[in-house]
Design a protein around this ligand. Structure first.
Ligand code: LLP
Length: 414
């Protein structure tokens, strides 16, 4: 059963009626379910059985400290792309030794901090980065553990903005140059080559592109082995899709068994970097209807949440279900659910059949990943509150911003 469900005609998160949350913290607000986060993480972890593995949750999907802490308590590893994410993981009680550091543009000071705390490995994306990392590690008298991110040139069949494994994308090292770069890395005195990785895109709804990428990585692993470069791990990245509407993505279990089958007798440790598959359906965003407005062409429901709170619909034309927290009887109508921001692109959903009235609370579903983390202060709006539900209790895990918070970093010229 989903952790978000109706009970007595009103929406609950676990055992908490979500309208109680909105009454307490206001709207818009994000609501996460601890149980859902744990279940989703465990589905990946358990799918591997006894095969050596490390599930590194992709922090970018939802980096709230409480979310990271819940996963850290499960024994999760973390995939980070900045020092900011590293500091969050450490503050949340995550184990630095289970952190992989991805990203195309790591700064020397970020490398230094990651070496200082002892991350599991750097996912290096270019030859230039390799040389810089070797230099930084040398200055510190350390050896940097490195996985090379290869770009396998496979089509992830997803939205072009979130497709990352094609030759024309900025990510990774061209698969055809991979062996040469591995050989170079093996020569560098302050680098220890430990792995190979890739990440081909996000919201994938079929295992086929993953298997294509896997084939290419396994070829390289075998070739390197023949040259005397033995890798300890292979990181296949994140990207497993979720159901927003009617998608039928493979389950973590399906995906992992296909992967283990391809591995055959190879004992190599497997890393994965799921973000969305853990967080998206562990969260909703609550927003209240401010007013209804009809023009000749359209019915609009103007709500208090906007594109600055949840940008996925505006940015990717993403569809996320919008449901009433307390459904009301009566005629439905087709509404565009729009926010107060001064842009035509400010919508959370279009043409939604709903029976609503001003003051009603709506839930935007599947908002736990790439929701709050992509929010901004556009139009000088305070960013939303975040709440974690745990059984019959709920906790504010990020308070709503205030206008003082927004102004605190700025000053007038003298
Ligand atoms: N690893 C790397 C290196 C990544 O770049 C990403 C996502 C992940 C793991 C996690 O992927 P996931 O399992 O969440 O699909 N803002 C977009 C998604 C951008 C994903 C970027 N990279 C959205 O809202 O759809």
């Amino acid at each position: 059963m989903s952790q978000f469900h109706y009970q007595n005609q009103t929406l609950f998160a676990e055992q908490v009626a979500v309208n109680r949350i909105a009454d307490a913290v206001g709207s818009p607000c994000y609501v996460y379910s601890r149980q859902a986060l744990e279940n989703h993480w465990q589905a990946f972890d358990e799918a591997f059985g006894t095969h050596p593995h490390l599930i590194c949750y992709a922090v970018k999907a939802n980096s709230n400290l409480a979310v990271l802490n819940v996963l850290a308590q499960q024994g999760a590893g973390f995939d980070i792309v900045s020092q900011g994410e590293l500091e969050r993981v450490l503050k949340a009680g995550g184990d630095a030794g289970k952190v992989v550091f991805s990203g195309v543009g790591k700064l020397p000071e970020e490398m230094r901090r990651a070496l200082q705390v002892g991350v599991y490995c750097f996912n290096v994306e270019s030859e230039a980065e390799l040389e810089t990392l070797n230099g930084v590690a040398g200055e510190m008298g350390k050896i940097a553990p490195v996985s090379l991110r290869v770009n396998p040139d496979v089509d992830a069949q997803t939205h072009p903005y979130i497709s990352t494994g094609l030759k024309e994308n900025k990510f990774g090292i061209d698969i055809d140059r991979a062996i040469t770069v591995f050989e170079r890395a093996a020569e560098l005195p302050n680098i220890k080559v430990t792995g190979i990785d890739c990440h081909i895109g996000s919201q994938l709804t079929s295992v086929t592109p993953f298997m294509d990428a896997l084939d290419r990585l396994l070829d390289r692993i075998d070739e390197l082995g023949a040259k005397g470069i033995q890798l300890e791990h292979m990181d296949i990245g994140g990207g497993l899709g979720v159901r927003y509407r009617d998608e039928q993505p493979p389950t973590p279990g399906d995906y992992v068994s296909a992967l283990l089958e391809k591995l055959g007798s190879r004992k190599i440790k497997i890393l994965m970097e799921p973000g969305r598959a853990i967080a998206a359906n562990a969260g909703i965003m609550l927003t209240r209807v401010l007013l209804l407005k009809s023009t000749e062409a359209k019915h609009f429901a103007v709500v208090d949440g906007a594109m600055n709170d949840l940008i996925r619909p505006s940015l990717y034309s993403a569809w996320q279900n919008i449901i009433p927290v307390t459904p009301r009887a009566g005629q439905t109508q087709s509404y565009d659910i729009v926010g107060p921001v001064c842009e035509t692109g400010d919508f959370l959903g279009k043409d939604r059949e709903l029976s609503i009235a001003p003051g009603d609370l709506l839930a935007i579903c599947s908002a736990g990943a790439y929701g709050f983390v992509m929010s901004s202060n556009y139009n000088s709006r305070n960013r939303a509150a975040e709440v974690m539900v745990d059984g019959d209790a709920f906790y504010t895990v990020r308070r709503r911003e205030t206008y003082e918070d927004q102004l605190a970093l700025e000053s007038l010229v003298p």
